[in-house]
Design a protein around this ligand. Structure first.
Ligand SMILES: Nc1ncnc2c1ncn2[C@@H]1O[C@H](COP(=O)(O)OP(=O)(O)OP(=O)(O)O)[C@@H](O)[C@H]1O
Ligand SMILES: O=P(O)(O)OC[C@H]1O[C@H](OP(=O)(O)OP(=O)(O)O)[C@H](O)[C@@H]1O
Ligand SMILES: [Mg+2]
Length: 300
């Protein structure tokens, strides 16, 4: 194990939409951790890695200032901070390492039910409430629209009802928050997912090696999520039809079956989910004894 100074520090959201998925990802990468009394620091017991639990907005700054080596945060926050740094003449120094498969949402313009909206020109001269003033400003600039940006730190969706804004620009996933606030999504500005960012400062060879290991494990974890191992028996003559039906599979392993005539066993890793319809189609072209198993770990 490395000494304290050379332990990797990873910033995660303390409590919110990204927290459970971020911790779950690291646990799937093999991390065992214990949580400190203050609930702000988690100590990695089997890896030289500690977790700092903070507000998501602070994560790019912590990485930029080299307080943390890595951070897991939404692309929406990364982009907003990048533009904010640029606006202040500071070069954004954190590097985006890997996009993750959770925290999927979009940043959209929403308008009150019944309000007219015919494209970006409808925003002209309006007041738009948002937590993402820099992304919104860029969007307005690109669309040649002048509007007033009302920057709020939360509860953006109630701004139109309070008379503070005409429209809003906020995160949407299922759309239920908009629905509950009598708003409708009018325009998508950006799509977002969680991502890993890293420090701009050169780290020790030891730390770099752990970052590489972690990235490889994260790739493996993300790949197996949808992957299945499929085993079936089939007449050799039907192999071409069967291969066409296996979703996202590489060359399958074909094993002869003792005393079963021209029948073979087919084993394949499918990189996409295997649905009942696929199994029915496989059976339809002559496959039998079909088994679908989850894949726990994969290293390319
Ligand atoms: N409805 C959603 N579905 C999926 N991901 C979302 C959703 N809303 C937000 N996110 C993603 O999760 C991130 C954190 O969202 P959350 O609402 O927990 O943030 P917050 O209220 O700013 O929390 P904090 O207290 O840490 O500042 C967002 O920046 C975005 O990337
Ligand atoms: O389209 P939906 O599925 O309704 O999701 C969108 C909402 O989710 C997020 O807030 P969250 O619920 O995380 O709470 P917060 O406002 O306290 O950040 C976001 O800020 C939206 O308000
Ligand atoms: Mg926040």
């Amino acid at each position: 194990m490395m000494d304290k100074a050379s332990r990797l520090k990873v910033a995660l959201q303390k409590s919110g939409r990204l927290t459970d998925n971020s911790l779950d990802l690291l646990v799937r990468c093999g991390l065992k951790y214990s949580r400190g009394k203050d609930q702000l620091l988690c100590y990695g017991e089997n890896m030289p890695l500690d977790l700092l639990l903070v507000r998501d907005d602070d994560i790019p700054d912590l990485v930029q200032q080299d307080v943390c080596d890595l951070g897991i945060v939404g692309l929406n926050v990364i982009e907003e901070k990048r533009l904010a740094f640029q606006a202040r003449g500071i070069a954004p120094l954190f590097e985006q390492l890997q996009v993750l498969d959770f925290g999927k949402c979009r940043l959209s313009i929403a308008v009150p039910d019944g309000a007219k909206y015919d494209g970006p020109a409808s925003l002209r001269g309006k007041r738009i409430a948002t937590t993402y003033p820099n992304i919104l400003a860029r969007y307005l600039r690109e669309n040649d629209v002048t509007a007033e940006i009302v920057t709020l730190s939360g509860a953006v969706e109630i701004a139109p009802r309070l008379g503070r804004a005409d429209f809003i620009c906020d995160l949407v996933s299922t759309g239920s928050t908009l629905l509950a606030n009598h708003l409708r999504e009018a325009e998508m500005i950006m799509e977002s997912r969680a991502a890993i960012i890293s420090t701009p400062v050169a780290v020790s060879a030891e730390k770099q090696a752990w970052i590489q290991r972690l990235r490889m494990r994260i790739d493996g974890v993300q790949q197996v999520k949808e992957s299945k191992y499929i085993m079936l028996h089939a007449p050799r003559a039907k192999l071409a039809d069967i291969r066409k039906l296996l979703p996202g599979s590489e060359a399958p392993t074909i094993v002869p079956l003792d005393g079963a005539g021209d029948k073979v066993a087919v084993h394949a890793v499918c990189r996409e989910n295997v649905f009942w319809e696929t199994l029915e189609s496989l059976k339809g072209v002559g496959a039998s004894s079909i088994l679908v198993l989850p894949v726990e770990k994969m290293l390319a």
